[in-house]
Design a protein around this ligand. Structure first.
Ligand code: UD1
Length: 421
């Protein structure tokens, strides 16, 4: 298995282009199942998760072609040949469950494997099921698979989710586009990826209002048509690379970066003594003089601080002046990077969903293990500012969510290389 060797170095300077959002693309791709006509996505990121979703859609009979070096995905679901999302694919990536809503809406039936556990927590599907049942679906669990039917078609309804789940919101919004009548989804998630999905669905002919707020109203239509849509900027990749100059010093411009995508995160950077400014091409990040200051962070649904940036923020706070408290409120087991950072000399105490980080002057390089996608990149960030060499093992996690990570960081002066095995 490949690993990544990072050698601690000085300030980083230059520009990093930010790709299209993995999480937006993973919900936009299943939207193809809603229509017989082609859906084309531009600005798609080149990631293994996108390949996994491609395989899943192809297994259902959709055609998916990757064009322009993977940045354009041309899809057509004219003839669907299966309505079963197999365990072998779903277990690799939880986002596979996003085919449930569209298949049910288009075909009146869907069989989707339950995703099972993952490194950061149990991640059940109850919120998806409750909402689809509110639209009239009949769902039962058999042999580890959800068997969903809507023989007379889905029917619009008013439904309030117990928690603003991103995936459940996406599944329900997609399903409701073809339901009979009006659906009102209350306590909906407000993430930018959902806004992006709605913009695409609207181009396909869907009638939706309220995206980006906690009440989304969907007026069902008889059919959706083809469209072309540009995937929104990846706010998590953006935030991750904003932390590189924050940790190492220097000044880096993130091409395509947008403040509205990372508001709560930028507030915390500001409190930590990191400057973020808007430019013509994106955002520029520079650390003010001296060490960064400790800050407290609580993860929340958007527009709060994203759980997907918690591990990377912890890497920054390991060398901050003072004590920072990080509270993880979205996933129950998302501090697996903490013991790895501790191997690099960080002082971190974890109790349940709270991590207390006492800043040290400098981290020291060490061999470490990536446990999930965001944890792996946090270890790379930590290694950039550590003394000596850090080897991050199990980097297949990284390939799920960061394209060309070595090239992008090398481009701003980092000493980083991929060691092939
Ligand atoms: C999405 C993102 C992921 C991000 C997460 C939270 C994608 C592909 N992934 O995941 O990167 O970390 O949002 O911002 O977009 N839950 C239930 N029952 C359910 C569904 C969820 O209890 O039916 C719980 C989960 O276990 C978790 C919390 O709700 O603790 C948040 O999950 P959710 O918002 O659904 O995240 P995902 O859509 O899986």
């Amino acid at each position: 298995m490949d690993s990544i060797l990072v050698t601690g170095n000085g300030p980083l300077n230059g520009q990093i282009p930010i790709a299209g959002a993995k999480n937006a693309c993973l919900t936009l791709m299943p939207a193809t199942l809603l229509s017989e006509e082609p859906l084309t996505l531009t600005n798609a990121p080149r990631l293994s998760d996108i390949k996994t979703m491609t395989l899943l859609l192809q297994s259902l009979g959709a055609e998916v072609s990757s064009l322009q070096d993977g940045q354009v995905l041309a899809m057509s679901s004219h003839d669907l040949t299966s309505h079963t999302a197999d365990y072998d694919i779903v277990r690799k990536m939880r986002a596979s469950n996003l085919v449930l809503g569209p298949m049910l809406a288009r075909l009146g039936q869907a069989v989707v494997s339950l995703p099972g556990g993952c490194a950061i927590g149990a991640r059940p599907m109850d919120l998806h099921i409750e909402a689809l049942e509110a639209l009239g679906a009949q769902i039962e669990l058999k042999d580890g698979y959800l068997h969903a039917k809507a023989p007379g078609g889905l029917k619009g309804a008013v439904h309030e989710m117990r928690f603003a789940s991103v995936g459940a919101t996406e599944n329900i919004v997609m399903a409701a586009t073809l339901a009979k009548g009006t659906t009102v989804l209350k306590n909906a998630a407000r993430e930018p990826e959902i806004v992006d999905l709605v913009e695409c669905l609207r181009k396909m002919g869907a009638q939706i209002a309220g995206e980006g707020t906690s009440t989304i109203e969907i007026q069902g239509v008889d059919r959706l048509h083809g469209a072309t849509h540009q995937v929104v900027t990846d706010r998590i990749e953006l935030g991750t690379y904003m932390l590189a100059p924050a940790i190492c010093g220097g000044e880096v411009e993130l091409l395509g970066g947008r403040l509205d995508l990372v508001g709560a995160f930028v507030e915390k950077l500001d409190a930590a003594a990191i400057d973020v400014t808007e430019t013509d091409k994106g955002l520029k990040v520079r650390r003010r003089n001296g060490r960064v200051s400790a800050v407290n962070v609580t993860t929340e649904p958007f527009p709060g601080f994203p759980t997907d940036l918690q591990a990377q923020m912890m890497a920054l706070l390991c060398t901050a002046e003072g004590i920072s408290v990080l509270e993880e409120k979205i996933f129950e087991n998302r501090f697996m990077h903490a013991p790895e950072l501790t191997r690099m000399g960080a002082q971190i105490d974890v109790h349940g969903g709270t991590a207390t980080v006492t800043g040290v002057q400098r981290l020291k390089g060490a061999p470490v293990m990536a446990t999930d996608l965001r944890a792996s990149v946090s270890l790379i960030l930590a290694g950039l500012a550590a003394e000596g060499e850090t080897v991050v093992n199990r980097v297949y996690h990284l390939d799920r969510g960061y394209e060309h990570v070595v090239r992008k960081l090398e481009g701003v002066g980092a000493r980083i290389e991929r060691i092939k095995e």
